[in-house]
Design a protein around this ligand. Structure first.
Ligand code: NI
Length: 175
């Protein structure tokens, strides 16, 4: 396993529209594994390929499996999602406000409106089509990561951005 460097907004790759993934070879599988390791070690609940300077349309997502997360999310805690070429095909009209951070923007948090429920069509890590329905916090994480694939950051749409206090880090909001 290799821990990958997470880039910051001063790197233009983070602002580029990423290209669709066409090849699901061994090199791609290793990249997915390395991204999962990097995300968990960070720690974060999501990591999009552009954040590790790879301008391709995929992201890994995994809610923590600690006790607090298990209580809140049940079976979804610790479940790994790999979404390749994701498209949001359905989104609820209902928007919810919540706090987000980003592994590419350490030390800050922001308040962002997101769709409460979404349906995502994507490919899995082997190129097989999959449909995922997500709501609440998980839906938020997906929307944040899919934005990364279009070069968008949460700070672009946040109503408010502020410096995180050390105790906020324990909430594991970084994506
Ligand atoms: Ni992010």
């Amino acid at each position: 396993m290799t821990f990958l460097d997470i880039i910051r907004p001063d790197n233009p790759i983070l602002r580029k529209k990423a290209k669709r993934v066409m090849v699901f070879d061994k090199k791609f599988q290793k990249l997915v594994d390395d991204m999962v390791e990097t995300m968990i070690a960070a720690p974060g609940v999501g990591l999009a390929a552009p954040q590790v300077a790879v301008s391709q349309r995929f992201a890994v997502i995994r809610l923590s499996d600690d006790e607090k997360s298990k209580e809140e999310f049940g079976d979804l805690a610790g479940k790994l999602y790999v979404v390749v070429n994701p498209e949001i095909v359905k989104a609820s009209k209902e928007m919810v406000e919540g706090v987000e951070g980003c592994l590419s923007i350490p030390g800050y948090l922001g308040s962002v409106d997101r769709h409460e429920k979404i349906t995502i069509d994507s490919l899995d890590r082997h190129g097989k089509p999959q449909r995922i329905k997500a709501e609440g916090w998980l839906a938020r994480v997906f929307q944040h990561e899919i934005d990364h694939l279009d070069g968008k950051l949460y700070i672009d749409i946040a109503k408010d951005v502020w410096e995180a206090r050390p105790e906020d880090e324990e909430d594991g909001v970084a994506e």
